[in-house]
Write a protein that binds this ligand. Structure first.
Ligand SMILES: Nc1ncnc2c1ncn2[C@@H]1O[C@H](COP(=O)(O)OP(=O)(O)OP(=O)(O)O)[C@@H](O)[C@H]1O
Length: 324
């Protein structure tokens, strides 16, 4: 569905040159749900805008839905839906007029766009808001209208640029339900950008991590975590004999860190082990300690997150950058 090779975009701003995208190679096959994850300014939107033919690449090439984005932009646009960061709707227009105008824009017959608009309004829980002005909608409703606008041409490929940014957790979850339902209904390929780690982790089947205009990792969230991050076992043990704890833990479990328990003076140690597949390793670790006569008084596993992946790949935390 998408094939990009050596895609670059350089912007000249006054006398400054910004290399926003630095030679991206990416393939997306039909039906995939792919998230481009990266901090602000990483080049996600620029990549999306090139793939949707809205922005001409400085160099490189991309084929989308079978057409070259530079030589056949109209054919590309006819086959995709694009939901940008800003709201697509004109603020003072009525919701239904926005949808109908979008249908006209795609050259659909009135009977077809009226039916599609009604159908999408129902599917995206916008029924009853037909006559409301776009500016009177809530953030979540407006985003769902954006999705409806993006789907009026029944595209085989949907691009969403930060679809859930600025929405509260409830509206984010609700929008996701709708995106997933629409994807199933139309069998669409979906490509989106996000800087929400939890969203990329839970919703995307594949995550393309972008930093400074380059793809630094590309795989399913679980695979990324297995490759680039460890789970952490956190145990408390009822002994101060650190050497005995180290000797008891299975060989090759992972890096072990021992610290005194809080508050100071408490008997025992806190044991932290960075390890792959922490939940699977935990029972064995507790049993090995027990056999060595060491009682475990508390145990938990912190699963590796995509933030750990980003941190290990770049030395920076995406969570902190997103909050900054
Ligand atoms: N039209 C433009 N003119 C000059 N520089 C630009 C332009 N558009 C983007 N840039 C720069 O290119 C870089 C990548 O921007 P881009 O918007 O693609 O990042 P992003 O990953 O989508 O970030 P965000 O999450 O903030 O949207 C940034 O340094 C940005 O300032």
């Amino acid at each position: 569905m998408i094939r990009a090779r050596g895609l670059t975009k350089t912007f000249s701003r006054r006398k400054e040159t910004v290399e926003a995208v630095k030679g991206i190679d990416v393939d997306v096959t039909e039906g995939e749900l792919v998230a481009f994850l990266g901090p602000n300014g990483a080049g996600k939107s620029t990549t999306l805008r090139m793939l949707t033919s809205l922005l001409e690449p400085t160099s490189g090439e991309a084929t989308v839905a079978g057409y070259d984005v530079t030589t056949h932009p109209a054919q590309v646009r006819a086959r995709l839906g694009f939901i940008g960061q800003g709201n697509g709707g004109g603020f003072s227009y009525k919701v239904i007029d926005e949808l109908h105008n979008q249908g006209r824009f795609y050259g659909l017959a009135p009977a077809v766009y009226s039916e599609r608009a009604a159908d999408l309004m129902g599917a995206l829980e916008l029924t009853g808001l037909e006559k409301r002005s776009v500016q009177s909608l809530s953030g979540g409703q407006r985003r769902r209208l954006d999705v409806a606008l993006g789907l009026m041409n029944h595209p085989p490929l949907l691009f969403l640029d930060e679809p859930t940014t600025g929405l509260d957790p409830h509206s984010r979850a609700n929008l996701w339900e709708h995106i997933t339902a629409m994807r199933e209904r139309y069998g669409m390929t979906v490509v989106l950008t996000t800087h929400y780690l939890d969203e990329a982790d839970s919703m995307a089947e594949r995550v393309v991590v972008i930093d400074h205009g380059e793809i630094i990792a590309d795989a399913a969230p679980d695979v990324l975590k297995r490759r680039h991050a460890d789970d952490v076992l956190n145990l408390a043990v009822a002994t101060d004999d650190g050497a005995a704890v180290r000797a008891a833990l299975p060989d090759g479990l992972g890096e072990v860190e021992l610290t005194a328990l809080d508050p100071p003076g408490s008997d025992g140690l806190r044991v932290r082990v960075a390890t792959a597949r922490g939940a699977d390793a935990l029972p064995g670790a507790i049993e090995a300690l027990r056999l060595a006569g060491v009682a475990t008084t508390s145990a938990s596993v912190r699963q590796a997150s995509l933030d750990d992946v980003f941190l290990n790949l770049t030395g920076r935390s995406l969570r902190e950058e997103a909050a900054a």
